[in-house]
Design a protein. Sequence first.
Length: 76
Amino acid sequence: MPNTDQRIQDVYQTIVAALPAGDRLRLAALILNDLAQPNVDVIDTSYTWTEQDQLELASFSLQHATSLFPDDEEMV
């Protein structure tokens, strides 16, 4: 039995790709609206950024910018 990724590709190639663009957009909207329902447990949030991750990224970005432009007093 093919793995999930292969089955998804097969469905897309045999059914979805053959649809006109408007129908594909309506299908995409149906899928996205279904996923946007409040009780969806299939969304993996383990890859989301924590507030600490965002602070560390901002700090690193500022340090890196300072190292690239050490003599610039003001960036416009």
